[in-house]
Write a protein that binds this ligand. Structure first.
Ligand code: GLY
Ligand code: MN
Ligand code: MN
Length: 458
């Protein structure tokens, strides 16, 4: 059993350093051609009245800057000379504000500690942005997400276009930075993989603690407390997303985060929880086990099936494969098993083609994982699924949810009551690895969270 931690581990402070952020900026600058990029930080978000949520930086901004304050804007300017390509607009030092909300790095700190070539107070953005964008052939800015910065970008570009007949130059296009930036974020560096390993290690420990503590009569929220206590004690920021602690039928609600019920003897408990580190790398793990330590016959049949599907899908993660193949692998095992158990009828190909399994398995088998839990990066480019490559990290998380919430499709058997209220998902985080380094082509970052059927019992 993992020990209760009384001090944060050193490794949680081993954040990705400024050298890594500088390398990322250079790679992004190389991809931008002669387009100037405008990348805003996240704002603070109000929770209720004038209370704010804990600050969460925008992942694109963080990836490029490592700067963890709200209300900032980064400019990446490939068209400018050396020493003027990275400009940060930040909140200036202001003792009267800092005494309430904490220290700021300010303009000087942005240059001294975060590698900015030039830095300015955010309030100067409207005045200086047209100057910095001048001479760029395009402007890379994500429209629709940043209500304060967007009008400034559009105004600067509009002014350039108005003056073009006399100046002879203006940016020709507003382009999306995401395809370029998210291509970089999709393939993790060795340092990033190390951070994801750490997030997964802490998350796995929390799952082990939770399984060993769970008893009939406990509240779902008590289990949530145990898990999140471990995240914080280990030095993580906290949960990466709303922890799902779902006893019995609650597990059939995919995004159940109320965690307000009592655990019942004879039910399963599904826990989907992962931590977020100080530098925002995330774990995302789901485990399901019997509250009283023994599976019923039906629970065991379905658990064994989800586990078989999950193991087969994990085995399909390797360079050259695709996320779609990973999903298809899990789906086929699930459908064949459900046919054997009499929960589906027909032949596997027909059931898959018609989607006649979706009342039992209604989500995809995984998603990219990184600075965002549902991380950025394309799954398809046009008609082509993106090939898995070393450094990509994805979750593998098939599940079965037997309830009467969704209608049974025509031609499929009615569900006997003995199966109802069983929700099972098993989720691991898997890095694609070079087969020269890891023969099977992948590394299960969450392997420390047990999942064998026998290990779920006591
Ligand atoms: N915990 C969110 C997910 O598994 O996608
Ligand atoms: Mn997930
Ligand atoms: Mn999850």
């Amino acid at each position: 059993m993992p020990a209760i931690l009384t001090e944060p581990r050193r490794s949680v402070f081993a954040v990705i350093d400024q050298h890594c952020h500088a390398e990322r900026r250079q790679r992004f600058l190389d991809l931008l051609g002669d387009a100037a990029a405008v990348i805003p930080a996240a704002p603070l978000v109000t929770h209720h009245a004038d209370c704010e949520w804990p600050f969460r930086q925008n992942s694109d901004f963080w990836y490029l800057t490592g700067f963890d304050e709200p209300d900032a804007v980064a400019l990446l300017l490939p068209h400018r000379p050396d020493g003027e390509r990275y400009v940060l607009f930040v909140q200036p030092r202001e003792p009267g504000a800092e005494v309430w909300t904490g220290r700021r790095w300010g303009v000087e700190g942005a240059m001294e500690h975060f590698g900015a070539d030039l830095a300015h107070p955010l309030e100067d953005l409207a005045e200086l942005l047209p100057h910095y964008l001048e001479g760029a052939e395009g402007i890379a800015f994500r429209v629709g997400h940043h209500s304060k910065v967007e009008p400034l970008v559009l105004q600067a570009w509009g002014t350039q276009l108005d003056r073009q007949p006399r100046t002879g130059a203006a940016a020709l296009a507003l382009v999306a930075p995401c395809p370029l930036l998210h291509r970089l974020r999709l393939e993790k560096t060795p340092q990033e993989l190390e951070r994801l390993r750490e997030a997964c290690r802490i998350s796995a420990e929390a799952h082990e603690l939770a399984r060993q503590a769970a008893q009939p009569g406990m509240g779902e929220r008590q289990i949530q407390a145990l898990i999140e206590q471990h995240f914080l004690a280990a030095g993580a920021r906290g949960p990466a997303y709303g922890s799902i602690v779902a006893g019995g039928d609650n597990a059939c609600v995919l995004h159940y985060i109320a965690n307000s019920a009592q655990l019942r003897d004879g039910d399963l408990l599904l826990i989907d929880a992962g931590c977020s580190l100080s530098d925002y790398y995330n774990g995302d793990i789901t485990r399901t086990f019997p509250v009283n330590g023994r599976f019923s016959g039906e629970q065991r049949d379905l658990y064994d099936l989800v586990l078989e599907a999950q193991i087969a899908a994990v085995a399909a993660v390797a360079p050259g494969g695709t996320a779609e193949q990973v999903h298809d692998t899990a789906l086929r095992v699930m459908v064949e098993g459900l046919l054997d158990l009499g929960l589906l009828s027909g032949d596997a190909d027909g059931v898959i083609e018609q989607g006649a399994y979706r009342h039992l398995f209604m989500h995809r088998t995984g998603h990219w994982l990184g600075l965002d839990v549902h991380d950025v990066g394309a799954y398809r480019l046009g008609d082509h699924p993106v090939n898995l490559a070393p450094g990509m990290v994805l979750t593998v998380e098939p599940g079965l949810y037997v309830s009467d919430r969704l209608p049974v499709p025509d031609g499929q058997p009615a569900i006997d009551d003995r199966w109802k209220g069983i929700g099972i998902r098993i989720e691991d985080d898997v890095a694609v690895r070079d087969c020269q380094e890891v023969a099977c082509g992948h590394e299960v970052l969450t392997a420390a969270a047990l999942k064998a059927t026998a290990d779920m019992e006591r």
